[in-house]
Every structure is written in structure tokens, then in C-alpha cells.
Write a protein that binds this ligand. Structure first.
Ligand SMILES: C[S@@+](CC[C@H](N)C(=O)[O-])C[C@H]1O[C@@H](n2cnc3c(N)ncnc32)[C@H](O)[C@@H]1O
Length: 238
């Protein structure tokens, strides 16, 4: 079986946010719909400037946070993603190849953590949420983007991108191009709330941003255009 970090590496070109070029259409949903929501959450609610982007991919969101004056650290377990991030974004950003074990060794006290489209691919959230909690300072926040469960359901019905896995209810194989399938865990808002609250986080708000007409037209967006793809949630460490 292909290691998840390698499977993601094969998708590094799909997720290359093209910081210095035009927007990469295969990452346009993250860039134009999810990232603005994460930036808004952090911009409005972070009590400080030191932020971490967990599962930063090719660094586009780190780059925007850096431009907004945050002191940014990006971490991702895919070497291919971090290679692109280092090449195309600001040298002021600290990048690391690693996962939650690596994060445990970082200096604590981040003012905010963003986790954009990473948690749906993680089976057991609790060990991750615990490390995030311990990495944050008091009154700090975490902003996440995950799949809206209705979006996964609609696409799997159409047999697009998500395929149900036999005998594993609410788990889907995610395949974008030729990448080895990556398991995706369908969770509703209430389940995320419960997981975060069990670790001591206080719920701030949630949002289901819609695709704009312009987005659908510009990117000839073929997937369930009326159903929001993302569920955005923000929590505070209390
Ligand atoms: C869908 S991409 C999102 C990338 C980026 N956050 C964005 O919004 O464009 C998921 C990213 O999470 C990374 N990832 C997935 N599981 C991870 C884990 N357990 N630890 C660290 N990184 C992970 C992948 O390598 C990939 O770069």
C-alpha cells in the first residue's frame, strides 16, 4: 500500500497554488472559497501574530498569511509539497516536512493554527487535536476547513472523486487524477464539535460558503455546484 504522504506527493502539482502565476484551476476551490474564510477567521480572532498552517501543501495559504503580517510556520508530511512551497513562497516562512510528532517538538504558544482540508483525511482526530491544543497559547484559535458531508454524498452518488469503501461506512476513496486513492472520513459538524470540545476547545462559529456564479463560470465547475463543498469551523482554546 502506498504511504499517504507519497499519495499526497503525487497530487502536489494539483495543489500547487501557483502563487506567482495564475490560479491553478484544480486548486481554485481551496484558494477562492476555503482560504478567504480561514484568513477571515484568523484575521478577526487570532490574539497574536505567530501562526501555524498544518498540512500547508504547497504554501499558498502560508504566503497570504505572511503578506497579512503574520509570522508563519508551515508543516506538511509530503516532501514534494514542501519542496514546492519553499521554492515559490516567501523566505520569511519556516517550512517543515513532518506530522504531529514533529509539531510536538515546536516551541508552543501559537496564536492561531489553520488546518485547511487536512482533517477529512485523518482517521483518528483525537491525537492530532491534542497536539494542536498543546501547541496553542491561551485564548488562541484554530480555524479548519473540512468537507461538507453533503458534498461528499452528492459526488459519491455521481461516482465522482469519492467512492464508497465496502464494509467501511462513511469512509470513501478520494481520487483526483491518477493518484493512489486516499481515504476520506465523512464527519458532520456535530462530530467535529464533539471532538474539539472533548479536547477543551470552545466552538466559535461555523460556515458553509457557497460557490459564486463567477467561480462556477470561470472554472467550469462540474461538481454539485449548488452544494457548498466546505464546512468552515473556528474554535478557541479556553
Ligand atoms: C487537500 S491538501 C490541502 C493543502 C493545503 N492546506 C491547501 O489548503 O491547499 C491536504 C494536505 O495535507 C497534507 N496532509 C494530509 N495528512 C497529513 C498529516 N497526517 N500530517 C501532515 N500533513 C498531512 C497533505 O500532504 C496535503 O498537502
Amino acid at each position: 500500500m502506498v504511504k499517504n504522504s507519497k499519495a499526497w506527493g503525487k497530487l502536489s502539482k494539483n495543489f500547487d497554488s501557483g502563487v506567482k502565476r495564475r490560479i491553478n484551476p484544480s486548486a481554485a476551490d481551496n484558494i477562492l472559497v476555503a482560504w478567504p474564510q480561514i484568513l477571515k477567521a484568523i484575521g478577526r480572532h487570532s490574539p497574536g501574530k505567530r501562526v501555524l498552517d498544518y498540512g500547508c501543501g504547497t504554501g499558498g495559504l502560508c504566503n497570504l498569511l505572511n503578506l497579512k503580517g503574520f509570522k508563519v510556520t508551515g508543516i506538511d508530511f509530503s516532501e514534494d509539497m514542501i519542496k514546492i512551497a519553499k521554492k515559490q513562497t516567501s523566505k520569511k516562512i519556516d517550512y517543515f516536512v513532518g506530522d504531529k510528532k514533529t509539531l510536538k517538538n515546536f516551541k508552543r504558544g501559537f496564536a492561531a493554527i489553520s488546518v485547511c482540508m487536512v482533517l477529512p483525511f485523518i482517521k483518528n482526530l483525537n491525537p492530532y487535536l491534542k497536539v494542536f491544543f498543546n501547541s496553542l497559547g491561551s485564548k488562541s484559535i484554530i480555524a479548519i476547513a473540512v468537507f461538507n458531508p453533503d458534498f461528499i454524498k452528492a459526488l459519491s452518488k455521481e461516482k465522482k472523486i469519492f467512492k464508497p469503501i465496502k464494509d467501511e461506512p462513511r469512509v470513501f476513496n478520494f481520487t483526483l487524477s491518477e493518484n493512489p486513492p486516499i481515504k476520506t472520513y465523512l464527519r458532520a459538524e456535530a462530530e467535529y464539535k464533539k471532538n474539539f470540545s472533548n479536547q477543551g476547545f470552545k466552538f466559535l462559529y461555523s460556515a458553509y460558503p457557497k460557490f459564486s456564479k463567477k467561480f462556477i463560470k470561470t472554472y467550469s465547475w462540474p461538481f454539485a455546484p449548488k452544494i457548498p463543498e466546505f464546512l468552515i469551523m473556528a474554535f478557541r482554546k479556553v
